[in-house]
Design a protein around this ligand. Sequence first.
Ligand SMILES: C[S@@+](CC[C@H](N)C(=O)[O-])C[C@H]1O[C@@H](n2cnc3c(N)ncnc32)[C@H](O)[C@@H]1O
Length: 450
Amino acid sequence: MINPRQIAFLALRDVHKGAYADVALDKVLQKVKLQDSDRRLVTELVYGSVRRQRTLDALIDQFGKKKAHQQPKDLRTILHLGFYQLCYQERIPASAAVNTTVQLAKENGFPGLTGFVNGMLRQYIRQTGENGEIPLQLPENPAERLGILHSFPDWIIQVWLEQLSFAEAEQLCEWMNQSPTIDLRINPLRTSIDVVEQALKSADVLVKRLPHLPQALRLISNSGAIQNLPGFREGWWVVQDSSAQLVSHLLDPQPGEVIIDACAAPGGKTTHIAELMGDKGKVWACDRTASRLRKLQENARRLNLQSIEICTGDSREFSQFTHTADRVLLDAPCSGLGTLHRHADARWRQTPETVQQLSQLQKELLSHTAKFVKAGGVLVYATCTLHPAENEAVISQFLAESPDWKIEPPSADSPIFAYSTSQGWCKVWPQRHNMDGFFLARLRKTNDSG
Ligand SMILES: C[S@@+](CC[C@H](N)C(=O)[O-])C[C@H]1O[C@@H](n2cnc3c(N)ncnc32)[C@H](O)[C@@H]1O
């Protein structure tokens, strides 16, 4: 019989050698045939152990004779699996978590250490409070405290503490450790939100509408494979988080216009723009990653959109677009600090150095793609990060260097108005708005000299 914990262990071993968590998980799941419940368990154990890695290491430090980083790599991975089940999987009885972890140690090269594994996990159980509180010894320093308790690197917590109170930063940590929700965006050129809502209801999928977003539905019950939901093949909808849906509303494209989407793939926003224009006009979908553009093409085909044209290359180098666009969308590559809940390993991959590199790239993309806009036209800058160096600093520097441009706050009747700030840009905070973290700024070119 196939043991789901062994499968999870094999995936985690790959992750600790540098593989992306989703790639490592797909690889092991493809090799075995598992029941749905076992598949879900493997997924939960892999993503959970990666996400909670810092907390799990702190437990090994506290309960082991050696620190986590001094343990043999595979043993550390096995202990992560054991502690993860004890701390975060209430459905799994503690005895089952301990016994299966001891078994994993025995079968993966540590038959002599089963007593140690057993003793360590049982000591943890003895110290767990009645309400299931994790018995962690935490430092006083606020960033380290939140970082260890909620499993984030200190530098990310520091970025949040510079913008939020301790209590709100903690709410954000908790939000980012939840499973992500799935939102749909209905394609009004093919159907209506009422029809989709009804069709999903008939398939026993519960949904709810979302404030300010006329075409959004959030799935609130387990939907199974998304491609099997009613309306997928017919192009009635795409999966797109509600905050990402705000972006094209802020751009507000009109039928017949020329729009350049400068970082377009895989096309969530390009297709939204084409829909908002009634598929009339031209949307240039530019991106430097050809494989992601192929995905965009598939999406446009499924949604039956004709107004999208693809352009492969670096948007900092296109000169053919100068002064051609009514509107430009720059949905810039970013560190993704607003979507950490969607990628278990993202918090460990980004660093302050990658943020600085991205910030530089974003500034270059913005100053170049701004040249695409006609006099009087609009540029929307968006990211799914919450780092000021990639957001506020990029816009502030651009405005300081570009007298022909001004920031244009959303109007009171716009779906984005609820997220606007006194500086004119918009910021979606997940712990306040219950959607992915996003930053958006709408800029207007005032005359033709730039
Ligand atoms: C945030 S993603 C875009 C998501 C897309 N707008 C959507 O809604 O589906 C950023 C994209 O920027 C692209 N990119 C990064 N650097 C670029 C550059 N210099 N020129 C063009 N595209 C670039 C990446 O390939 C990636 O697809």
